[in-house]
Structure formats: structure tokens, C-alpha cells
Design a binder for this molecule. Structure first.
Ligand code: PEP
Ligand code: MG
Length: 566
């Protein structure tokens, strides 16, 4: 049985949509104008060659070698000899001729004794699919029009693909790669879509349009489930619903400990659409609006007007509560095709987020103008991602001030008191927190990145995911430095990484004095319930105990025990 890691609770039952090269059904027919058909085939082939060249430009090392070999085969006249003959002599349509012609070559390669050459057969198949897709004008992947109750199954789901999904139709997600903190997992949790990652072999055993069920909590996948299995899963689904119902009473309650320590539980969102979940779950505001989703949801750079409308919508729906919008955080595992970012060997350590905005201020300024213009519609705060030094913070603030001056000169109304804060997600920022706090209005700790940069473990790398842990004492010390640094300058410190909603971690964070917990809207009520059940003084004692410990596994065990005994 295929199984994976459940990363978003819930039961999904439906039919699958497998995201891999689907076999295209091609019919053969004879054409009248053979010359015209032949030149159409050549044009499509040339387009594929051009696309391949474009991809090649961004590659280096072994990948570039492979792509070069690929390009050579595509340009070799023997590859297309049979296809051209089928069109020119027999008068077949280009799609069918390419299918038969390429398969003839594929067969020749398959039967070669040389192992390397016979492995090239799969390259030919890939080229065949690309050329045929061009001929029949088939778009690469369209996820906007899925039937109801679709369970997506794929090797991976890129962030730009998920940005285009019609979420109402998705009943579940199964991914062969990925981890708990991949963006697809975060997106699934926000929208309460049951999701499983690391499901090795899923693509081999799950076909398109198959009836299946998944448990996003346990990672179980049921192929063609029996009535019994469905009944059991529906029971779990109902229990989850009841659990949700019992949390409803915490909607309008304060996030305050038994002995009066006040915090705020706020929401992480990706698009204005998420505001419904924010309101429904009684969030005390928005602690992180990942604005890059506006950029990923579009094929071109969103204009100032488009961004203004999105920020205005969120602010208008926020009922006067604070909304922290994070400026563009692209790069790393989040690509923007139209930005033509160069391929880098270490994208997480490369050209991303504020580094792009500071080097390409024309992009940054459009966003800042839209934000300030929208600021009159609510309580806006702006947050800068991936700040690693005081110099970067100052450079970003200079651009912010330029934008404010421009708007003033244009007599455009905006809120002069918009707070500007930074994410603490790079160890250098945590270490320098006391200095950074003197020059900004708030912090929000991004544990998703902070962990990966502290322990040098890529956040999506499943192979070493056991090493990616918030329980590492170094991570905890950096969190403490960030909170203490903020408080020294009397600014507030929140957390918007996934750790903020972990029941095992919340008592520690309360003890450390975290002011704001920002999380998936679906986790808000449970976290508030937990905070209301804590005693701040006891949590402070727990912090002292944890700070004396040096082993991540012992810290984890102790925090689990603490949570279980509450
Ligand atoms: C983080 O790094 O913790 C964070 C909240 O940002 P993102 O997950 O979008 O990188
Ligand atoms: Mg981050």
C-alpha cells in the first residue's frame, strides 16, 4: 500500500487527477495540403527546439549536459525522417505522423545493446510528447477547471501551479516529494485540504480518474476503498467536524493566559480570499499576508492598481484589526517565471526576497505605492522579509521614505503612521535583534526559514527532514534573542512560522514572552484554547528548564510531556 506523511488533517474522498504527461489520443486522417502540413510540423518542432534552448540557458553542470544532448537529438534529421515521410508521401496529419515517426525511432533506441543508448528511448518519448503538445496546441498544465472532489496526485506541485488552483474542487492532494513545510503543505492547511507528501510510488500505483480516499492526518491512502473503509473514514471526518464545533466558543475570547498574560493569535494568509477564514476563526488580525501569491497568481507582474485593490480588499475586510503585509518574498522555492530569475546552485542562499527588491527598486516601489495608497482603508503594517543586517533595513527604509515623499508630492492620501517591521528568519538577524529593534517597529520570527538556516537543512528536503527541528537548542536560543531584543526597545515580537501553532511549542513561546502568534486560520481556535489554559509563571519556569538542556530530542520529549500533562 502506498503511504506518505499526512501534512494537512482531514479526509478526502474522490476521483484522481494525475499530474503527469498524459497519453494524448491521436486519430489519423489524411490531409489535402501535404506541404502545408509538413511546414506546420517543422514550425512546431522548431518551437520545441527554441523552448529547449531557453531552458538550457538557465542550466549548468550535468543538467546542462543532458539538455544539450537532448537538443542534439531534436536537431538530428534522422529523428524526423519517418515523420516527414508519413506526411509528405502518405499524407497523414502532423500529430499522428509525429506519434508514429517518433515511436519508430524510440523502438530503435530501446533495442540497442548499449545501455546508455537504450536509456535515450525515454528522452525520445519526452520529445514526442512535447512536439505533439505543440501540434495539438495543448497547454502544459491547466488546473483551473477541475471537476468537483478531485484528488490531485503528482510528483510535486509547484507553487505557481497551486496559485492557479480552483481550491473548491480539490478534495485532497498526494505528492511524491515535499515535506511538512513545503509551500504546498502550508497552502493545504490554510484551506483545510487533506494532504499527503512523501508518498513514494504514488504515481506508479495511482491512475487517472481512480476512486480513492486519503487521510491527511495519518498519511494513509486507500485505493478503491470498500464501503467499510469509507464508513470508518467518514466517522473520522465527523469527529473532526465535532472537534471544530467545540472550538467555536473561543472565537470571541481573548488570547490570555490564566494568570493574565496577554498575547494575540492572528492569521497567515496568501490571498484576499483567505479573509473569510480569518473572520470565521476569530483571528485578532493578520500577522502575515504572503503578498508573493498575488505575483504568482498572475502571468505578468501585477500592476500598482491590481495590488492596491487586493490590499484594500483585505484591509476593508479586517474590521479595523492590524494587517501585516509582507513585501515580495520571491526566490528560494518560489519562482516567478516572468522575472526570469537566473538559475542558481543554492537558491535559498541566493537572489531572493528583499535582496531582489533592493536591487530592483522599480519592482519594490510599485508594491510600496500600492500598500501606502491602501493604508487609509484599515490598520496596515508593512513587513520586510529576509533581512540579514541593519544596512539592508536602512536601505529598505530609504526606499520606503522615497515612496512616501513621492506620494506626498502627488497629494495622494496615505496613513503616515504605518508601522514597518521585519521578519527574523536569518540567524544573523536574530543575533543582531537588539540593534535591529532600534530601527523598526516590530519583529515576526519566521521559523520555517530560521530553522533551515540555523541547522543548514533545506526546509523541503525530505531525506534529512529529521534534522530540521524547532527543538534544536540553537533555534530556541535564537528565538529568545529575537524576543529579548525586541522587548529591550519596547517593540512587539510575533512569530509567523509554522512553529507558532505547534501545541508542544506554545508553552515555551508563552514563557519566552512572545507577543503575537500568527498561523493558518484553521489553527487559531485550538491555539487560543491552549493559551487560555496556560499559566505564564509556570511557562517561564519551563523556559529556564529548557534553556539548560542541550539535546534536541530531550527538549522535544520534555515539551511533549509538558503538553500532555496540561
Ligand atoms: C518563515 O520563513 O517562517 C515564513 C513565515 O515565511 P515563508 O514560509 O513564506 O518563507
Ligand atoms: Mg520565510
Amino acid at each position: 500500500m502506498v503511504k506518505g506523511k499526512g501534512v494537512s488533517k482531514g479526509i478526502g474522498i474522490g476521483h484522481t487527477k494525475v499530474l503527469k504527461n498524459e497519453e494524448v489520443k491521436l486519430t489519423d486522417f489524411k490531409v489535402e495540403d501535404k506541404e502545408n502540413e509538413l511546414s506546420y510540423f517543422k514550425k512546431c518542432l522548431n518551437n520545441v527546439i527554441e523552448d529547449t534552448r531557453e531552458v538550457l540557458e538557465k542550466l549548468s553542470g550535468t543538467e546542462a549536459d543532458i539538455m544539450n544532448a537532448y537538443l542534439m537529438i531534436l536537431q538530428d534529421p534522422t529523428l524526423t525522417e519517418e515523420t516527414e515521410r508519413l506526411i509528405q508521401e502518405d499524407g497523414y496529419n502532423a500529430g499522428y505522423a509525429a506519434k508514429v515517426g517518433f515511436e519508430t525511432v524510440e523502438e530503435v533506441f530501446k533495442n540497442m545493446d548499449d545501455e546508455y543508448m537504450s536509456a535515450r528511448a525515454s528522452d525520445i518519448e519526452d520529445m514526442k510528447n512535447k512536439v505533439i503538445n505543440k501540434i495539438i496546441n495543448k497547454a502544459e498544465l491547466d488546473l483551473s477547471n477541475l471537476p468537483e472532489k478531485t484528488i490531485l496526485v503528482g510528483k510535486d506541485l509547484s507553487t505557481s501551479d497551486t496559485a492557479k488552483l480552483n481550491l473548491n474542487s480539490v478534495a485532497g492532494i498526494i505528492i511524491e516529494n515535499g515535506s511538512e513545510n513545503s509551500h504546498v503543505s502550508i497552502m493545504a492547511r490554510t484551506h483545510e485540504i487533506p494532504a499527503i507528501v512523501g508518498a513514494k510510488g504514488a504515481l506508479d500505483s495511482i491512475a487517472n480518474d481512480m476512486y480513492i480516499a486519503i487521510n491527511g492526518g495519518t498519511g494513509e491512502i486507500f485505493l478503491d476503498p470498500s464501503q467499510d473503509e469509507v464508513a470508518k473514514l467518514e466517522k473520522i471526518q465527523n469527529e473532526l467536524k465535532d472537534e471544530k464545533g467545540s472550538l467555536a466558543k473561543f472565537r470571541n475570547k481573548k488570547s490570555i493566559t490564566k494568570d493574565g498574560y496577554k498575547t494575540e493569535v492572528v492569521a497567515n494568509i496568501g490571498t484576499p480570499k483567505d479573509m473569510d477564514a480569518v473572520i470565521e476563526n476569530g483571528a485578532e488580525g493578520v500577522g502575515l499576508f504572503r503578498s508573493e501569491f498575488l505575483y504568482m497568481d498572475s502571468d505578468t507582474m501585477p500592476t500598482e492598481e491590481e495590488q492596491f485593490e487586493a490590499y484594500k480588499e483585505v484591509l476593508e475586510k479586517s474590521e479595523g484589526k492590524r494587517v501585516i503585509v509582507r513585501t515580495l518574498d520571491i526566490g528560494g522555492d518560489k519562482d516567478l517565471k516572468y522575472l526570469n530569475l537566473e538559475k542558481e546552485d543554492n537558491p535559498f542562499l541566493g537572489y531572493r526576497a528583499i535582496r531582489i527588491c533592493l536591487r530592483e527598486p522599480e519592482i519594490f516601489k510599485v508594491q510600496l505605492r500600492a500598500l501606502y495608497r491602501a493604508s487609509i482603508y484599515g490598520k496596515l503594517a508593512i513587513m520586510l522579509p529576509m533581512i540579514s543586517s541593519v544596512d539592508e533595513l536602512r536601505a529598505a527604509k530609504d526606499i520606503i521614505n522615497e515612496v512616501k515623499e513621492e506620494l506626498k508630492a502627488e497629494k495622494v492620501k496615505f496613513d503616515k503612521n504605518v508601522k514597518v517591521g521585519i521578519m527574523i528568519e536569518i540567524p544573523s538577524a536574530a543575533i543582531m535583534a537588539d540593534e535591529l529593534a532600534k530601527e523598526c517597529d516590530f519583529f515576526s520570527i519566521g521559523t520555517n526559514d530560521l530553522i533551515q538556516y540555523t541547522v543548514a537543512v533545506e526546509r523541503g528536503n525530505e531525506r534529512i527532514s529529521d534534522l530540521y527541528t524547532k527543538f534544536h537548542p540553537a533555534v530556541i536560543r535564537l528565538i529568545k534573542m529575537a524576543i529579548d531584543g525586541a522587548h529591550k526597545s519596547k517593540i512587539f515580537c510575533g512569530m509567523c512560522g509554522e512553529a507558532a501553532a505547534d501545541e508542544r511549542f506554545i508553552p515555551l513561546l508563552v514563557g519566552l514572552g512572545l507577543d503575537e502568534f500568527s498561523m493558518n486560520p484553521t489553527k487559531i481556535l485550538n491555539s487560543r484554547k491552549m493559551i487560555r489554559n496556560l499559566n505564564h509563571k509556570e511557562c517561564k519556569k519551563l523556559v529556564q528548564e529548557i534553556l539548560r538542556m542541550s539535546s534536541a530530542s530531550e527538549i522535544k520529549a520534555r515539551l511533549e510531556e509538558y503538553k500532555d500533562n496540561l
